[in-house]
Write a protein that binds this ligand. Structure first.
Ligand code: SF4
Length: 317
């Protein structure tokens, strides 16, 4: 069996930064540090941080006064930031800078008087955070059908922003529908929203041309992993989203000459290798990696921690 790994796959710079943030906070402040929401949508990552002393909570009310509280990579609403200040918590914001960029885009449009539309999935923590970061009404649009139900004057100044982890193809249909109904609408270039989402989607599309089955390594609640599986399916290839090798069903790959493997932005490479090991238990494997775009994006730690990290680097011979 040929097993072909997509390139790039797995951790993005925002996820690396979020995990580094928790680890630095643990070293600096000792245990426990509290993390609001799963720092990234991956159980292995969360379990690893729990073992080091991080405590995961859903609401700040669960965090004791004076404790360190870290906001996840998905971002939080202004109400959560205000609550942290009011409670005297030592907040560290691990929101991915690309999510922060969407918040800033939204605030800029709102300040110029645009009515705002957010393209995203209701209930996803990034969407909840973004809706709560913009001091103006924002209408959530999830599907092309939602566009028909919008009640807005045709000449209302209108702008859209989008969730970072949607596929460019998903948003394209909705944006086209918006532009047909509201020709004056403005918005960012969706290809610029998140390099990691774009690169992983391009890679899985190429991978799908060369394999019979695609295995996406990631969590069921990981939005970008779900999109990777959908893209492979849209390319006509059977595709499955699994967290680890033990979830692989032999029937999925029994007749496959070539199996593609990729991973969502929150899935560690150890889990990719765990899936490859599970494939090796089923067949003799020839392992290849597709040539693909190299990524060199690195985000600085949150300001609360960056100075300490720089000092530690200087002190290390
Ligand atoms: Fe940031 Fe993109 Fe990674 Fe999300 S997928 S954490 S927006 S780099």
């Amino acid at each position: 069996m040929r097993v072909i790994l997509a390139q790039p796959r797995g951790f993005c710079a925002g996820v690396v930064r979020a995990i580094d943030t928790v680890e630095h906070a643990l070293r600096r402040h000792g245990t426990p540090v509290y993390v609001r929401h799963e720092i990234v949508h991956n159980k292995h990552v969360v379990d690893g941080l729990k073992a080091q002393g991080a405590v995961f909570v859903e609401e700040l009310a669960e965090v004791p006064t004076d404790a360190v509280a870290i906001f996840s990579a998905h971002g939080v609403s202004r109400a959560v930031e205000t609550e942290a200040r009011a409670r005297g918590l030592r907040a560290i914001d691990a929101t991915c800078p690309l999510v922060t960029k969407v918040h800033e885009q939204g605030r800029r449009y709102a300040a110029k008087g645009y009515a705002l539309i957010l393209i995203g999935h209701a209930g996803h923590p990034e969407v909840t955070g973004t809706l709560g970061q913009i001091p103006a009404p924002v209408t959530l649009v999830q599907t092309e059908a939602d566009v028909d139900t919008l009640v807005l004057d045709a000449d209302t100044p209108l702008a859209y922003i989008t969730q970072t982890t949607l596929s460019v193809d998903d948003t394209r249909g909705i944006i086209d529908a918006l532009q047909r109904r509201f020709p004056q609408i403005v918005g960012p270039d969706t290809r610029d929203i998140c390099y990691a989402t774009q690169n992983r989607q391009t890679a899985v599309r190429e991978l799908s041309q060369q394999v019979d089955v695609v295995l996406v390594v990631g969590a069921q609640n990981s939005s970008n992993s779900q999109r990777l599986r959908e893209i492979a399916a849209q390319a006509g290839v059977r595709s499955y989203l699994i967290a680890q090798g033990s979830e692989l069903k032999p029937d999925w790959v029994r007749d496959a000459g070539a199996v593609g493997v990729t991973a969502g932005a929150s899935a560690p490479e150890t889990m990719v290798q765990d899936v490859v090991a599970a494939l090796r238990r089923l067949a003799e494997v020839e392992l290849l990696t597709l040539p693909g775009r190299e990524e060199h994006v690195v985000f600085r730690l949150p300001a609360e921690l960056a100075a300490e990290a720089a000092a530690a680097e200087v002190a290390t011979p």
